[in-house]
Design a protein around this ligand. Sequence first.
Ligand SMILES: Nc1ncnc2c1ncn2[C@@H]1O[C@H](COP(=O)(O)OP(=O)(O)OP(=O)(O)O)[C@@H](O)[C@H]1O
Ligand SMILES: [Mg+2]
Length: 365
Amino acid sequence: MSAELRVEHLRKVFSTGHPPVEKAAIDTVSFTVAAGEIVVLLGPSGCGKTTTLRCVAGLEHPTSGRIVIGGTAYTDPAAGVLVPPRSRNLGMVFQSYAVWPHMTVRQNVAYPLRARKTPRAEQGRAVQEALELVELAAYADRPVTQLSGGQMQRVALARAMVYHPQILLLDEPLSNLDAQLRLRLRDDLRRIIKRAGLTALYVTHDQTEAVVLGDRIGVMRDGKLLQLDTPREIYNRPADLFVAGFTGASNVIEGTVQGSQDGFAVVRARSGETLLARHGSGLHDGAAAKVALRPDNITFAPASGPNRFTARVASQHYQGTQTVYELAVLGTTIEALEVGSAARWDVGAEVTVGLPPELCWSYGA
Ligand SMILES: Nc1ncnc2c1ncn2[C@@H]1O[C@H](COP(=O)(O)OP(=O)(O)OP(=O)(O)O)[C@@H](O)[C@H]1O
Ligand SMILES: [Mg+2]
């Protein structure tokens, strides 16, 4: 049965080097994954994603905090509770395929059931069901060494799901696959996990993977969870400048807050022009502000509307199905994306651009 996962005030301090230096790999992280929900932890290398996952698995002993699965505490150092990994009934899939090379597909998937001494008839049924779920039933009797990387990873997935774990943990399961296969399996993974109704915690540093797979995304940095929200909220209302930048809002326009208008903050840019942006928390009049904006949210040559500015094309990078422009505007340079195979503006051209106010987010500088 899939269960709810609660991670409460989790903290993990590692001590390394001579003399030893203490560093918090996870710094007071709390979140809940509802039964049947997929939560993706997203963040740059070293931000603490794997350590969080390993704490849930029981492979890592946190310094403090609790891991509660289905209402039962499995890790609670303050109470001396630490249930070993094998007794947690969790499924795990890692970056390396970790399948047994001397076994067939069927033997690999049946292994956890044999270890659990599941009755033979039931084993056969469960293995068949898991293989059908990952669409490998036709490969059941092949040695795993004769499979592609993507197929091996699906064997690993079937093996992690065959005993109906309480929670499925996945750590960058697609990162060893080539680009094309990664895209295909990415779409398959969500469908497979949803069909099995599993609670899943999925770790990646790939934002598009997070968006496609997750019901919610938790963005981490330096051991902290900065925002946990639906992909739409993360992409349309990033909590801070880091979340905005990490999910692709690479443009930053600097300025000063000068009051408000129509529910938006009025920000005076370096050029002296003013733009409307969503109010950042704690930004009072006169405060320095940074306005973040995605290149793909900029409109070209809008006929009307607020936040229209004249920009000069500084460079043009034609990519076939889209064109990336560098635009000199508002006293700085920003990137804008034009979708389609026609690149309509040449270097040096002047173009009116629209920066939709609800997609301009201001933060304290
Ligand atoms: N066993 C360990 N001993 C000391 N420090 C560790 C240990 N394991 C992890 N760390 C440190 O904890 C921090 C978080 O590591 P973690 O592996 O959780 O990052 P990650 O987000 O999974 O990164 P990546 O995307 O590179 O896999 C890093 O600074 C790492 O160096
Ligand atoms: Mg990792």
